[in-house]
Design a protein around this ligand. Sequence first.
Ligand SMILES: [Zn+2]
Length: 244
Amino acid sequence: MVRGSELLLRDLDLPTGSLPDGLKGDAAIYIGRWQGQPCRLLPVSRKHPVPAGLTTESLQSAEPCLSLELLSLGALGAQILHWENNSRCCSRCGGQMARIPGESGKKCGNCSALHFPHIHPCVIVLVRRGEEVLLVRKAEWADGRYGLVAGFLDQGECLEEAVTRELLEETGIRVQNIRYVGSQSWPFPSQLMAGFVADYAGGEIVVEEKELEDARWFAVTDLPTLPPKRSIARYLIDTFAVAM
Ligand SMILES: [Zn+2]
């Protein structure tokens, strides 16, 4: 049961058996098997009170109480619901869409167009300059927390071009030796993060104030509060900053 960005739990695990009083199962979606049991995803309105006997866990908590497996399953549920809510009508003709059996895609009942979940590619990059790394912060992040430059891929770009453009736009910094490291599904609401590391090539920091509150070089021996361990941002920092 997913309620906004929260997972509903019983004893820190998925509820099993019949639904709690007051909840209807009409909107439940079968999403596969979990620990050998059939697993259904049920959206619960944010306005609906938490049913008796259940607790909530934020899927974006910095210090989650759940295993990464359960947290990932909950986040996948939220991503599936995001697609459900954004794929009711065909974007070509406005017709009603119906699920394609056994797939995550949908087909328009009017013009027969096929639609599949929209997953938005983003780049995220750690820039190194000697014994320093470039970190940035957004105003809405927790006090004192810094992370990495990131942004959406634009039309016509390869991922490396997006890295170069985002860094220039947001910080005024130019880079070289851009290397792909790995990727991570980021279901808030539906991104794929492609992680890179790059070396400083020139420029002075000019903060793009529409996007960022701050950008600065940090010594790798004196880093601020960082993103949660499960994020690719933190993986890039832990792997390529601390190990320098
Ligand atoms: Zn259509």
